[in-house]
Structure formats: C-alpha cells, structure tokens
Write a protein that binds this ligand. Sequence first.
Ligand SMILES: NC(=O)c1ccc[n+]([C@@H]2O[C@H](COP(=O)([O-])OP(=O)(O)OC[C@H]3O[C@@H](n4cnc5c(N)ncnc54)[C@H](OP(=O)(O)O)[C@@H]3O)[C@@H](O)[C@H]2O)c1
Length: 254
Amino acid sequence: MPSVEEAEEPCLWLWLRLFSVPCLVTVVLVGTPPGRWFVRNRFRWPVNNRIGWCLKELPSLLIPIWHLSGQTGPLLRPPLLPLSLFAAHYFQRTFIYPLRMSADSARPLPYILMAAAFTTWNGQLQSLAAHRCPADSSDTYTTLHAVGAVIFVLGAAINIDSDQRLLALRKPGGPRYCVPHGGFFEFVTAANYLGEMIEWWGYALVSWTPAALFFALFTTVYLTGCAAELHEQNKARFGAEYPRERRRIVPFLF
Ligand SMILES: NC(=O)c1ccc[n+]([C@@H]2O[C@H](COP(=O)([O-])OP(=O)(O)OC[C@H]3O[C@@H](n4cnc5c(N)ncnc54)[C@H](OP(=O)(O)O)[C@@H]3O)[C@@H](O)[C@H]2O)c1
C-alpha cells in the first residue's frame, strides 16, 4: 500500500496542473497574468497589503519547516539543503518583505486566496519531493548542490536589492510611481523578477527533482509575462524619461 505521502503527490501534481496551465496560457495568450488582472481591475474585497502578503506566503514557510523538524543528516545535502533554502526564501517573503512595503496599499481577496492555494500546494509538493532528492555524496552531486546554492544566493541578493530599491521610491507626498535606478534596474525593467527566477533555477539544481524544475519553469513563464506587461506600463507612464536601452527581464537580450 502506498504511504500517505506517496498518495498525496499525484494529487498535488493534479491541482498544480489545474492551476498552472490556465494561468500560464492566460499569461502567454492574453499577456496579463491573472494575479495582476485582479489587482489592476481593483477587484472587490480589498485586504491590507502587508497582512494579505503575509497570509498568502505563510503556507510555503510553515510546510517545509514542519517537514524539516526531526530531520537529521548533513546540512549541506538533501533533503535539508533544498528545504532550508526554500524556507529561508519564504521567511524573507512572509515576514521581512511585507514590513518594508507601504502600509497604504491593498490587494483583492481573490488574489490572496488564489496565491495562498498555490503556496500551499507548492510548499507541500516541494517538501515531499525534497525527501526523494538524490542525496548521493558523489562529486557530481556535490558540485551540483554547491553550484545551485551559489546561484540561489546570487538570485536572492538581486531580488532583495531590487525589491528594496522599488520600495524606497515611494516617499510621503511624492509621486506614486518613479523610474527605478541602480543595481540590475540599469539593465532590465523587472530586476526583482530576474533575481527571483535565478533563485528558483539555483534551487532546481540543488533539489534536482521534477517538482523543483516545474517550479522554476512556472516562475520563469509567469514572471516573464509580468515583466512584459510592466515594461509596457512603464514606457507609457514615464515616456521619454524611461531609459530606452532597458530590457524587460533578460539583460541585453529580452
Ligand atoms: N515566484 C513567483 O511566481 C512570484 C510571483 C509574484 C511576485 N513574486 C515576487 O514578489 C515580489 C513582489 O512582487 P510584485 O509583483 O508585487 O512586484 P512589483 O509589482 O514590482 O511591486 C513591488 C512593490 O514596489 C512598488 N513599485 C513597483 N514599481 C514602482 C515604481 N516604479 N515606483 C514606486 N513604487 C513601485 C509596488 O507598489 P504598488 O503595489 O502600489 O504597485 C509594490 O509595493 C518580487 O520579489 C517578486 O519577485 C514572485
């Protein structure tokens, strides 16, 4: 008989497919990610952004921590390494990032619920998958884990630095939106999304599971769609003030 975990995994894959396929098709065909659509159309039932952000990210912090508890083994190898990186990202995202954002904005409840469903399914899937990561201590896997961890940290640094630059733009009494400068914003419109994408490809190398690869691919397609929309918005919003050489999300290329 399959264990509870083994029975749960196909179920999670099914939910994630039901969620991600329409989401990505909308991004590719319509050009607007569903989350942004809810926000842009000022959908009903607004929730304070700090609280909403914390609620929607929390499942992806609590679930890996629960899986980590009681785990033993080398810290720098699976399952501890991918689960720790995943939990560290969501600790920053759940508790540190919302505290730095302005308290006056709001997000619609359907957006929060949709995102919370995703972080719950994905948190559980990544945690179950981490137990099946190749924990081999051969040179190949040691190199893979080390390179992946370095890429993850680099991506996190770009993501956090860029988010900080964006959040610092909003000053009391100043304009709601200004042109971001510095760091990777000198190269791309969506520097924070670029950092996030790099992070999850690093995590995919560390974890080396289909679930981690799925998450890196999903994030890449989803955030590329967000970046394309944001780039057009910024060009329209700032006109000639917006740097012409700035790409959407991949420096010098796209
Ligand atoms: N893994 C994933 O699939 C995924 C999906 C979505 C987001 N994320 C991550 O979550 C973080 C935030 O994402 P987001 O979509 O909310 O980012 P965002 O649209 O870039 O906005 C981030 C914050 O900066 C403000 N802001 C943006 N552009 C500004 C400008 N030109 N002038 C002044 N303020 C500006 C926004 O204010 P307003 O809200 O008022 O516009 C918001 O508070 C990022 O690190 C992203 O990588 C990850």
